[in-house]
Design a protein around this ligand. Structure first.
Ligand code: NAP
Length: 305
């Protein structure tokens, strides 16, 4: 494959950025990868793992002279990073991000970018419950979706970023930021909150012991615990920045939950059966689309965020 960007700057060196670096190297897609992270500890680990060509101390140093800058920090930190790199970006560079929320990232980042820089927000729908520079792997994006938000950027710049993601193994979909935030509230954000809640409920319930919860978790609870092990900083920021869409979906969830609760209380088996038949069909659709998150991809539990 040919080189798509000469120099790429990765700002933040956790799961998502390190997996991008591994995937870019696998495909020989970029000339040079320059990385940076907030802490010296993460920078040292990244040096040791060796997925970047150079590790530098600051975001501004990494972004200077880069053709593509990837913001791979928690959503709540994107604005401050953009403010730092804005003055050093070279004309014609592309800035993208990988944040799980899109409207809030656009609002926080766009004001800091100079004219002549292409800003194309993105979100790879791939992840694991692991984080940090050791957790990345080249196959993370294979056959997963990556959503790009063109946001008025030039077509040529958008296509170039699109071809990078495709060459890293992903399928790319273009979407408007608000629609992205609503879709993800349904498919990821509300389910995470429900998982966090369920694990909290089990933890609070005095009549069921911790040992029982651990030993018998295969009956459904185990998947909740995997989701609820996701990074607290990342998920705090997701809920604070995708507030409206998440609250709308949780409102609908509560209505449905009450309807199911009523069906259980009144012994309305038909309601329960019809409901579960409909949801089973959705599960089949996910498997047929090859997006079954329970598949043991490369021995790791892969989920969509
Ligand atoms: P991660 O493994 O926890 O890595 C986060 C990186 O951001 C670290 O290098 C960390 O630096 C840095 N960072 C944290 N707080 C910061 C701050 N306040 N200022 C500057 N840098 C900071 O996270 P990740 O899973 O790669 O997630 C990165 C982004 O991808 C997030 O926006 C998340 O929403 C999005 N995303 C995540 C997933 C997923 O499943 N994990 C999936 C899709 C998208 P230090 O290590 O030095 O603290």
């Amino acid at each position: 494959m040919s080189v798509i960007y000469q120099r790429v700057a990765l700002i933040g060196l956790g799961l998502i950025a390190s997996s991008m670096a591994h995937a870019m190297r696998r495909g020989g897609l970029v000339g040079e990868i320059v990385g940076t992270a907030r802490s010296a500890e993460t920078r040292d680990i990244a040096r040791e793992v060796g997925f970047c060509d150079r590790i530098v101390d600051t975001a501004a140093e990494a972004a200077e002279g880069a053709d593509l800058v990837v913001l791979a920090v928690p959503v709540g930190a994107m604005g401050a990073v953009a403010q730092e790199i804005g003055p050093v970006l070279k004309a014609g560079a592309t800035v993208t991000d990988v944040g799980s929320v899109k409207r809030a990232v656009i609002d926080a980042v766009a004001p800091h970018l100079p004219a002549g820089v292409h800003f194309i927000p993105g979100h790879p729908l791939a992840g694991t419950e692991h984080s940090g520079p050791r957790s990345g792997f080249a196959e993370l994006y294979d056959n997963r979706w990556c959503i790009l938000v063109p946001n008025g950027a030039e077509e040529v710049a958008t296509q170039r970023l699109c071809s990078l993601w495709q060459s890293m193994g992903a399928n790319v979909e273009m979407m408007d930021a608000d629609h992205h935030d609503l879709v993800l509230a349904v498919t990821s954000h509300a389910p995470h909150l429900i998982a966090y809640t369920m694990v909290g409920v089990a933890d609070d319930l005095g009549r069921v012991t911790d040992t029982e919860v651990i030993n018998y978790s295969a009956a459904g609870f185990r998947d909740f615990t995997r989701i609820a092990a996701s990074d607290p900083t990342m998920w705090r920021d997701v809920f604070l920045t995708n507030k409206d869409a998440t609250l709308e979906i949780l409102g609908r969830f509560t209505e449905e939950l009450f309807a199911l609760q009523r069906a259980i209380r009144t012994g309305d088996g038909d309601h329960l059966f019809d409901y579960f038949t409909r949801t089973r069909a959705i599960r089949r659709g996910i498997i047929e689309a090859g997006q079954d998150t329970d598949a043991p991809d490369f021995g790791r539990s892969v989920k969509h965020d």
